[in-house]
Design a binder for this molecule. Structure first.
Ligand SMILES: Cc1cc2nc3c(=O)[nH]c(=O)nc-3n(C[C@H](O)[C@H](O)[C@H](O)COP(=O)(O)O)c2cc1C
Length: 324
């Protein structure tokens, strides 16, 4: 399937694996790229630019297909060495960067000068338009369903995607809630040129995370995610567990007065414990509502092949026959 996104990134299928903390290692990105999608290494999971350079080199050893690096722009108080990470990206020969979080404007001159294509992930039409205006090549439009940070507007993809299509000139992918071929076709119908998936890619044989995490996603239903950090206006969708329920009680009790100190024990240092040690109750970790559609743990190749086969057959058979 050829779309503006497959053309822009030189990939076979319009399917991107979004950056994921402690999931987006070289093994994950290479498996997705080798299967014809666009795999993405999560930059900030690597503690230093030198570590990122090493991770990019490992990925280059595992695939000769295009892959990207995610640079998440953290809230103002955190200050990673973004210029150092960008140097590692450029020197590693990576040609695609996924930005997310705050505006990527400060990073764009260096990335563009190096001929790198930038896809910015954001959760509203206004932020998408800003990304277009500052020179991003594409946008990942992240609906309210998404795992991770859905923003504060709470607009689901059934509305957000056609709104983005009304306003944007650059291509965009549908992100949040995506997991199968029906949804790819729906996303295309709503104006997107592909899909971005996070949670669905965690439940694959190739994902370099503990088996407990993959099985938890198969067990979970669409009712099992919760929103945390809402009082801090940094909302995150996570899989529920005992730590998350306790955190929500604290947030309810403190209301608008909640501070990061009140909740930091539920979120700090959780990812390695969950993703590597398989301690699912260690704290809050991102997960999307698409968990309700995850029933198996395929390889990335099988997952992407199945999505494309389902999408192609829906377009050719079901929709083709409905058209009058
Ligand atoms: C465990 C996990 C960790 C994530 N970490 C990041 C991250 O570090 N940076 C980022 O930009 N997005 C992150 N995301 C968001 C994904 O890239 C993607 O936008 C989101 O998962 C899409 O929604 P879905 O999970 O419904 O597919 C994370 C998502 C998950 C599930």
């Amino acid at each position: 399937m050829k779309t503006k996104i497959t053309e822009l990134f030189g990939i076979e299928h319009p399917i991107i694996q979004g950056g994921m903390h402690y999931v987006g290692f070289a093994e994950m990105a290479a498996a997705v790229s080798n299967a014809g999608g666009l795999g993405i290494i999560t930059g900030l999971t690597q503690k230093t630019p030198a570590d990122l350079a090493n991770e990019i080199a490992r990925c280059n050893d595992m695939t000769d297909k295009p892959f990207g690096v995610n640079l998440t722009m953290l809230p103002g108080f955190a200050n990673p060495d973004y210029p150092g990470y960008i140097k590692a990206i450029i020197e590693g020969g990576v040609k695609i960067v996924e930005t997310a979080g705050r505006s990527p404007e400060p990073l764009l001159p260096a990335l563009k000068e190096a001929g790198i294509k930038v896809i910015h992930k954001c959760t509203s039409v206004r932020h998408s338009l800003k990304a277009e205006k500052i020179g991003c090549d594409a946008v990942s439009v992240d609906g309210f369903e998404c795992g991770g940070h859905p923003g504060e507007d709470d607009i689901p993809n059934m509305i957000l995607l056609p709104r983005a299509a009304e306003e944007l000139s650059i291509p965009f992918v549908a992100s949040g809630g995506m997991g199968n071929g029906k949804q790819l076709v729906a996303a295309l119908a709503l104006g997107a040129d592909g899909i971005n998936m996070g949670t669905r890619f965690i439940a694959t044989k190739d994902a370099p995370v503990h088996q407990n995490v993959k099985e938890a996603l198969v067990q979970a239903t669409e009712l099992d995610t919760r929103l945390i950090l809402r009082p801090l206006r940094n909302t995150e969708r996570v899989l529920t567990n005992s730590a998350v329920e306790k955190m929500i009680e604290v947030e309810k009790a403190k209301g608008a007065e909640t501070t990061i100190d009140d909740v930091k024990d539920f979120i700090a240092g959780v990812y390695p414990k969950v993703m590597q040690d398989g301690d699912l109750e260690a704290g809050a970790w991102s997960c999307g509502m698409v968990a309700g559609l995850i029933h198996d743990i395929p390889t990335c190749q099988e997952l992407i092949d199945n999505i494309m086969a389902e999408a192609n057959s829906i377009i050719a058979d079901r929709l083709g026959k409905l058209a009058s």
